[in-house]
Ligand binder design. Structure first.
Ligand code: NAD
Length: 508
């Protein structure tokens, strides 16, 4: 569905949406009620566009998490045994309302995160699609397998694990939240959501929409706050049975440690340093378009971005030149301008981190090619021009570390074995992309790459029933299709005897 709104319409909608966040502090939603933090603490949310104060947000801590976890535990008694067809009905209603409010959600996301309308209009609708997909799976969520033997019938069933914690990042916060929350609710779990403190607005919109759709109070609770307070308390709470987390690898390690005393089940979608491998027999135009799209869309703040392009040495100069030409035409601009591709980065701290890689690239001996800046960029915003680093090798920090911005590192390789070696020589293993005209090589390389997801002759094109997730430092577990239910549910095996098997007689 194309979004045809003009810049003026987007600005007006954003202003109306922001007004409610500016008027009063944004509150938690616990047990169906909007409440301030027990401590009365708030934190400030600032605009990535110009650094202006957007509003204050309730800053939760252990007391608020405890209230939300208790509400989720109480609500689980009903929701966990609500028939799947009824869960399906309510979740489709959530999707309907997301679609109805998609434009408001998208413009709010743009001004809160700096991501541009071009992508956020799709991301809002993808949020609805996530709810619809998992709603449709809800009636079969408890289904299991029949595994008979000659004297017993074994059959499995699945049951929702209980109240779960969902902790999300700021890069596409609305869409990512729905990707975790929709399957949890479809499975029959209740949720305490701790959204990223740098982008709290659309999480509040989601929980309000869910209430309006008829989701019972306490089934979805939202507690705002910092990672080290609200987030940490959520991972430690004894009533919370599992943590679904999307964010940095280092945070994932902390969460695993924090959850260990209460034996939390964890699902992690973490960082990446994904290779796109371009062999000289590939359709170079399509390969370049895909590589450019995967790093310079979404501000490069995308876990599956193609942040390393590995190019066969025979076409290295040609391909880097093609990328540079296109990169220089990628417009940086106001996030609400429908023609903008790159907007401001989320936060000054992240901006400084991303920009530091330009100096790092130069100091490591790579050549830095910059794209265009936005001449009218407002003062005080986190604006950045895209960059391409050529003449790089895989030992450089620009090849090893997740920059999470619109900066691409181009590395040459000699042959198939060299490409695989370089591709795998990073701590991460989320996604891999490869471009070749040789079908045998496509399969060989796809099998050899250490990553959870491989796309051959394609950019990241998602199909919701397929498994999504990473290996190595990129994550634990898979989402999508039935994989999501495996995380949010317990599998039980029931063995029933036909009555004629041997029962050992001991003691007479
Ligand atoms: P982050 O790890 O800093 O924060 C993510 C969330 O964790 C936030 O809500 C934060 O408040 C919370 N948090 C921080 N410390 C915590 C703690 N000790 N206990 C509990 N919660 C805590 O990540 P970010 O900077 O917001 O997001 C960017 C990262 O997310 C990148 O590394 C990116 O690759 C990754 N990401 C991965 C995927 C994926 O599917 N693999 C998708 C999107 C983003």
């Amino acid at each position: 569905m194309a979004d045809n709104h003009t810049m003026e319409e987007n600005l007006a909608a954003a202003q109306a949406s922001l007004q409610r966040f500016a008027d009063a502090p944004l509150l938690h939603l616990i047990n169906g009620a909007k409440v301030p933090s027990a401590s009365g603490e708030t934190f400030a949310n600032q605009s990535p566009i110009d650094g202006m104060h957007l509003g204050d947000v309730a800053s939760g801590d252990a007391a608020d998490i405890d209230a939300a976890a208790k509400a989720a535990a109480a609500a689980f008694v009903e929701w966990g045994s609500t028939p799947g067809v009824e869960r399906k009905r309510v979740l489709h209603r959530v999707a309907d309302l997301i679609e109805e409010h998609a434009h408001d959600i998208a413009v709010t996301e743009c001004v809160d995160t700096g991501q541009t309308m071009r992508w956020m209009s799709h991301a809002a609708l993808r949020g609805a699609a996530n709810f619809r997909f998992f709603a449709d799976q809800a009636p079969g969520a408890n289904d299991g397998q029949s595994l008979p033997t000659p004297d017993h019938v074994n059959y499995t069933t699945r049951h929702p694990i209980g109240p779960v914690g969902v902790i999300t990042p700021w890069n596409t916060p609305f869409m990512l939240s729905t990707w975790k929350i929709a399957p949890a609710l479809a499975a029959g779990c209740t949720v305490v959501h701790k959204p990223a403190e740098w982008s709290p607005f659309t999480a509040a919109m989601l929980s309000e929409i869910a209430l309006e759709a008829g989701l019972p109070a306490g089934v979805l609770n939202t507690v705002h706050g910092l990672g080290e307070t609200a987030g940490k308390s959520l991972t430690e709470h004894p009533d919370i049975k599992a943590i679904a987390f999307v964010g940095e690898s280092a945070t994932g390690s902390m969460i695993q440690a924090q959850g260990a005393p209460t034996l939390k089940r964890v699902h992690f979608e973490l960082g990446g340093k994904n290779p796109v491998i371009v062999f000289d027999d590939a359709d170079l135009e399509r390969a370049v378009d895909a590589a450019v799209f995967m790093i310079y869309s979404l501000n490069g703040e995308r876990c599956t971005s193609s942040s390393r392009v590995l190019i066969q040495d025979t076409v290295y100069d040609q391909v880097t030149e093609m990328i540079a030409t296109k990169m220089k035409n990628v417009p940086v601009g106001h996030p609400l301008d429908p023609t903008s591709i790159i907007g401001p980065l989320i936060h000054p701290r992240h901006h400084d981190k991303v920009c530091s890689y330009v100096d790092i690239a130069e100091s490591e001996g790579a050549t830095v090619i910059r794209g265009a800046e936005w001449a009218d960029a407002p003062e005080g915003g986190n604006w950045v021009a895209p960059a391409l680093f050529t003449g790089a090798n895989n030992d450089m920090r620009i090849a090893q570390e997740e920059i999470f911005g619109p900066m691409l590192t181009a590395i040459p390789f000699t042959d198939e074995a060299d490409a695989i070696r370089i591709a795998n020589d990073v701590p991460y293993g989320l996604a891999g992309y490869l471009w070749t005209g040789d079908v045998g090589r496509a399969h060989r390389v796809a099998h050899a790459l250490e990553a959870g997801m491989i796309w051959v002759n394609s950019q990241n094109v998602r199909h919701l029933p397929t498994p999504f997730g990473g290996t190595k430092s990129s994550g634990i577990g898979r989402d999508g299709g039935d994989w999501s239910f495996d995380f949010y549910m317990e599998t039980k095996n029931i063995a029933v005897s036909f009555g004629n098997h041997n029962v050992p007689k001991l003691g007479g």
